[in-house]
Design a protein around this ligand. Structure first.
Ligand SMILES: Nc1ncnc2c1ncn2[C@@H]1O[C@H](COP(=O)(O)OP(=O)(O)OP(=O)(O)O)[C@@H](O)[C@H]1O
Ligand SMILES: O=P(O)(O)OC[C@H]1O[C@H](OP(=O)(O)OP(=O)(O)O)[C@H](O)[C@@H]1O
Ligand SMILES: [Mg+2]
Length: 296
């Protein structure tokens, strides 16, 4: 059991307790060396190496707790930050949990434009975002009958089949859930990814900055690999065009005169193509290493 006194001098960091963001959030904590011991069934854990308390919460509750200061920092989705209308700082986009909040209709409905939904029934977990959008559409279309937006907390895709809705507003990533339910998207309301959010009146500014910087390093490291190769000195300019690096490549002379060794960061997504081009140029001993952490 913890009491507020146990947390009073610690920065409180909220992590999604389950769902799509959970595993990646734990990986970020590990990469940032925020160590903790979490007792079975407990949603609060104290870090064993930093003055941080971790609190495991539903992703959709995190924006509210960060905005009211119960929690100092949190990892959650931009979609739920917007839905909660939370007044928080979005400190860092985290590059996972990408999904779109979309209006979806039954494939057989023939509906292709949100305007066709004016006066009809919408079901969603995102009442505020959907409500605002359809209220505006009703106004634009001078609707005689208001579009209704009703809340369900999950399994939103079942609402049309159950006869509860003419359309839904829900998240789409691969589209598998949508297609399985015989739905198609006709409009995207929000594009989202996971973000690190912070309370605006930060109580632990230095520690918050340190954690942010560590997490930024982990994310950056995940996007890049470290590449080493040998190339004839005469080909350096061409090689630099292929691998310009984040600032500039590091070059060291080889003992045998006309060759140099180049070390450089390369985007993971581009590395195979860059290796092909370096090989064509006459580079040899092209080695690629993963980066476990880095700072800009
Ligand atoms: N299919 C998805 N792909 C990527 N990110 C997603 C997906 N679904 C949801 N998210 C992101 O994860 C956040 C949390 O949603 P998620 O559904 O994982 O939580 P939950 O509903 O609390 O958990 P569960 O669905 O296990 O009950 C969403 O606000 C969104 O930002
Ligand atoms: O486009 P896809 O890759 O199929 O992903 C989209 C689905 O993922 C989320 O559901 P989740 O699995 O979290 O279940 P839930 O509906 O119970 O929240 C979201 O609510 C969609 O239903
Ligand atoms: Mg879910």
């Amino acid at each position: 059991m913890f009491s507020p006194a146990d947390l009073s001098n610690r920065l409180v960091l909220a992590i999604p307790k389950k769902g799509r963001l959970y595993e990646k959030s734990l990986q970020l904590l590990a990469g940032a060396d925020i160590q903790f011991y979490r007792k079975n069934r407990l949603d609060i854990a104290l870090s064993t190496n930093l003055d941080v308390a971790l609190v495991f919460l539903p992703a959709s509750d995190i924006p509210k707790f960060v905005s009211d200061g119960t929690v100092d920092l949190g990892i959650t989705g931009q979609d739920v930050v917007k839905e909660a209308r939370a007044d928080v700082d979005e400190v860092l986009a985290l590059g996972f949990g990408q999904c779109d909040l979309c209006i979806q209709v039954p494939e057989a409905s023939g509906i292709t434009d949100p305007k066709h939904l004016v006066g009809k029934r919408i079901v969603t977990s995102f009442e505020n975002i959907a409500g605002e959008y359809f209220a505006e559409l009703d106004k634009q279309q001078a609707a005689t009958k208001e579009t209704t937006v009703s809340f369900v907390s999950g399994s939103v895709e079942a609402a049309c089949a159950l006869g509860l809705a003419d359309a839904i507003v829900d998240l789409v990533e691969s589209g598998e859930t949508m297609r399985a339910a015989g739905l198609q998207r006709i409009h995207t309301l929000v594009s989202s990814q996971a973000v690190l959010i912070a309370n605006k009146r930060r109580l632990h500014p230095e520690l918050a900055a340190k954690i942010t910087s560590r997490i930024r390093g982990v994310i950056l490291a995940g996007k890049y690999v470290y590449c080493n190769y040998n190339v004839p000195r005469s080909k350096i300019d061409e090689a630099f065009k292929v691998t310009p690096g984040r600032k500039a490549p590091t070059v060291a002379p080889l003992e045998n005169g006309d060759w140099v060794a180049v070390s450089v960061m390369v985007k993971k997504s581009e590395v195979a193509e860059k290796m092909d081009r370096l090989e064509e140029l006459g580079a040899t001993d092209i080695l690629v290493f993963s980066i476990s952490n880095c700072r800009e």
